[in-house]
Ligand binder design. Sequence first.
Ligand SMILES: Nc1ncnc2c1ncn2[C@@H]1O[C@H](COP(=O)(O)OP(=O)(O)O)[C@@H](O)[C@H]1O
Ligand SMILES: Cc1ncc(C[n+]2csc(CCOP(=O)(O)OP(=O)(O)O)c2C)c(N)n1
Ligand SMILES: [Mg+2]
Ligand SMILES: [Mg+2]
Ligand SMILES: [Mg+2]
Length: 325
Amino acid sequence: MEEFDFIKSIQPKYYQQSTTIKGIGDDAAILRHTNEDIITTVDTMVENVHFSTKTTEPFHIGYRALAANISDIAAMGGKPTSYLVSIVIPTSWSQESLQQIYNGMQQLARRYRMDLIGGDTVSGKQLSLSITVIGTIRRNKVRYRSSALEDDIVFVTGQLGDSACGLHILLNKDEPICDKYQYFIDRHRMPEPRVNFINECTAIDRISLNDVSDGIANELIEIAEASRKTIVIDYDKVPSHPLLEDFSEEMQFDWKISGGEDFELLGTVSSHNWEQLKISADKTGTAITKIGFVKEDTYKKGIVWMQHNGQRKRLEKSGYTHLRR
Ligand SMILES: Nc1ncnc2c1ncn2[C@@H]1O[C@H](COP(=O)(O)OP(=O)(O)O)[C@@H](O)[C@H]1O
Ligand SMILES: Cc1ncc(C[n+]2csc(CCOP(=O)(O)OP(=O)(O)O)c2C)c(N)n1
Ligand SMILES: [Mg+2]
Ligand SMILES: [Mg+2]
Ligand SMILES: [Mg+2]
């Protein structure tokens, strides 16, 4: 199958968003938004960096790549509406496997009524998937990393460390996989961006927010630095699945603090809004946990402290960093 037939095979038969004026089929797509601000974000997933074909089926490569991008829309407080896919395809990939990548994306896109409005197809040595997601946000409801204030509560949704644990199990397949650990594998393969939860919180004026792609150490430092505040968290409060305790303390620590790819939301909110935030979490079936608080910081350096085993230690940047030599 050649490039043009491939594009035809993935072209949507109809569009779900009334804002899509022109989707696939011309030099560029046209969208019409009048009342809302637009959010755009792009993230790339590359074979052997973000996934390995040894551990990830094509369906899940597509699903995870779109989920990671939708998660960034959620981390700004918005709703995803459309996406563009730029794909680099090695000639060894079959038409069926490519279709599975798109099926994975479609499963998630359908849930949010998102339109595939364009992209690019080229051949190359390694599979690479670059997805641009467009979303909308009501004015004044954007959730910046920089809006944490003194005495805010630090919260996180869901549970942390699941994805890194799932990846560990998949990468060490020679060890027999216990059925009870399937939960971790599923969380790695099919993360759920927290769109519904954050869109239920619109009554709250101010939330500072980040999504957990790199691990909470990095994400907390990003909030602290952008807001020029100090953050203090309690390790024992960081939520995790009970079965994570089957693994060593070191592994649990590493996965919860630096693992990343859980695509949970991490943020801060005024204590006056905590009850309201919990109601939104309940309404959307989202677990939410208070893990710390925000302090004023005379030096405004954005330091994060973690209480652990009776000591308070400074959290350093950790987790996955590209371009490290
Ligand atoms: N190559 C690049 N060119 C321009 N902007 C970039 C590039 N890489 C990252 N950015 C921008 O830097 C910021 C941080 O990116 P990143 O750490 O990837 O965020 P996230 O973890 O939310 O995906 C974002 O505003 C992103 O758009
Ligand atoms: C085969 C494989 N090895 C390692 C990882 C772990 N991993 C790869 S990238 C990454 C961090 C997130 O990716 P990044 O490109 O930094 O996303 P962004 O922060 O831009 O959202 C992690 C934890 C993985 N998912 N698959
Ligand atoms: Mg990114
Ligand atoms: Mg992000
Ligand atoms: Mg990153």
